[in-house]
Design a protein around this ligand. Structure first.
Ligand SMILES: Cc1cc2nc3c(=O)[nH]c(=O)nc-3n(C[C@H](O)[C@H](O)[C@H](O)COP(=O)(O)OP(=O)(O)OC[C@H]3O[C@@H](n4cnc5c(N)ncnc54)[C@H](O)[C@@H]3O)c2cc1C
Length: 435
């Protein structure tokens, strides 16, 4: 098969890697000047850091296997990290059952109920039943109204904004189960992994392997249109020219796919258009001093412009970055939030000034360097009964396939899930195209 792949994020490159290893001809087209997509990176202190915080759960076996295959397994470092919850001017430890039992904003009876509901969730095996309910419906029944008000509603709002009460309980179930696996038994910390030299090394290795197997990667090259005739795709349009092929795999978010897709049946387009996205904003600051000993702090404060504080240098120590401490301040908001048209300097000031409210000892002047990254379509909104509208990887055009984060459900949107799905779509393409 000759396969044209649009996008050199993890999905596009993992698919290209599997295909090229099996002897198929692949061309990967990427609009950005470098591969990586949402796991893209930038240089800092002689290293490369991701534009958006990234970590690995111990259950991310497909990613770990891929790293082994690329002889990079020694690059993964697992570390015990602390999780916190900022609520009414205080940071509470927030990782273990013991933390829940000492979480004083909740009455003791509500803490027990919260703990029991988490245990209940972990025992559930058939997520399909869960998705008939919203997360909020399930939680208010089993965790109780107080836990919903103080913990769950703020947590869901942080990720999904005003859509918080439409989110499928199956999505939450997967998050709880995933996190449970990364917690050490009886310990006070969670174990998370990171690629020591940054995710760039993974993307570099994939590119190298794909090229060695005869594949081509064209960066700085935007696909303008997917060409199709009589229900079959003939290839992709680049700089006004047709790049022909047997199969096309598109890996960008749904709204971008619809812009370059050929004419598709109305009901298929309507279904794709019903998928909504949240966008992400990450401000990264470089400091001489650490902010706290927490890796991750959920910020439950309606006045805060950000919802999470992620001190990356608790995952990979500051010694790797010339003894500097790197902190992500993150916010998820609807893709039409005015923040996406605000100047980056203004976003940075708003975030940094508010950080001082949370850590009064922190002064904005201490920030040695800062960066701001944004993406409007980083997180699909997985509403109740989402599997009804989740697109198949096969599309209405026979040899055109679609694989993106909107198909990572109920499993989390992460590199591991993209790799699993890339493997599946490659098998499907080979079967359906008879080669
Ligand atoms: C804030 C944040 C935190 C995250 N944290 C984690 C984490 O801790 N762990 C984890 O595993 N994952 C994490 N993720 C998720 C992870 O980054 C994504 O799931 C993954 O990168 C998605 O990869 P993808 O290849 O499917 O899509 P993308 O990375 O979006 O790749 C699609 C590519 O297509 C290109 N493209 C689009 N249109 C065209 C066109 N017309 N022509 C050519 N190229 C085109 C884009 O430039 C892009 O590079 C996080 C994401 C965010 C935003």
């Amino acid at each position: 098969m000759k396969v044209n792949i649009i996008g050199a994020g993890i999905t596009g490159l993992a698919a290209a890697y599997f295909l090229s290893k099996e002897g198929h001809e692949v061309n990967v087209f990427e609009s950005a000047t470098e591969p990586g997509g949402l796991s893209g990176f930038f240089p800092v202190e002689g290293m490369y850091l991701e534009k958006y915080y990234h970590h690995i759960f111990s259950g991310h076996t497909a990613l770990i296997e891929l790293m082994k295959d690329l002889h990079l397994e020694q690059e993964i470092l697992f570390n015990k990290v602390k999780m916190g919850f900022f609520y009414e001017k205080r940071i509470y430890p927030f990782a273990t059952a013991r933390d829940l039992l000492t979480f004083t904003p909740l009455k003791i009876v509500d803490r027990f109920r919260l703990g029991l509901s988490s245990l209940m969730m972990m025992r559930i095996e058939d997520w399909k039943k869960m998705e008939k309910k919203t997360a909020m419906q399930w939680l208010s029944k089993y965790s109780g109204e107080e836990a919903c008000r103080i913990i769950w509603k703020p947590l869901l709002k942080m990720k999904f904004g005003d859509n918080y009460d439409r989110i499928s309980a199956a999505w939450l179930w997967n998050r709880v189960v995933d996190r449970k696996k990364s917690k050490e038994k009886g310990g006070a910390k969670e174990t998370l992994g990171y690629i020591k030299t940054g995710y760039k090394i993974l993307f570099d290795a994939l590119v190298k392997e794909i090229k060695e197997h005869g594949g081509e990667i064209y960066t700085g090259t935007t696909i303008e249109k997917i060409a199709a005739q009589n229900g079959r795709s003939s290839g992709v349009m680049v700089n006004g020219e047709l790049m022909n092929g047997d199969v096309v795999l598109a890996t960008m978010p749904v709204p971008a796919f619809l812009r370059l897709a050929p004419s598709l049946p109305d009901d298929y387009v309507r279904s794709l258009k019903s998928i909504q996205y949240q966008g992400s904003t990450c401000v990264i600051i470089k400091l001489k001093k650490s902010l706290s000993d927490y890796y991750w702090i959920n910020v439950s404060d309606p006045d805060s412009p950000f919802v999470g504080i992620i001190e990356h240098t608790h995952l990979l120590p500051s010694e790797y970055y010339g003894n500097r401490h790197l902190v992500y301040l993150t916010r998820y908001s609807s893709s039409n939030d005015p923040i996406f048209s605000k100047p980056h300097e203004e976003i940075y000031r708003d975030f940094a000034v508010y950080l001082h409210q949370i850590f009064p000892k922190f002064q904005v002047e201490e920030v040695e360097q800062h960066w701001v990254f944004q993406d409007c379509f980083s997180q699909p909104v997985f509403v109740q009964d989402y599997s009804r509208i989740m697109p198949e990887t096969s599309t209405a055009i026979r040899n055109l396939y679609l694989l993106n984060t909107a198909q990572l459900y109920p499993e989390s949107r992460c590199l591991n899930s993209s790799i699993v799905k890339a493997r599946d779509v490659v098998n499907k393409m080979a079967q359906e195209n008879g080669k």
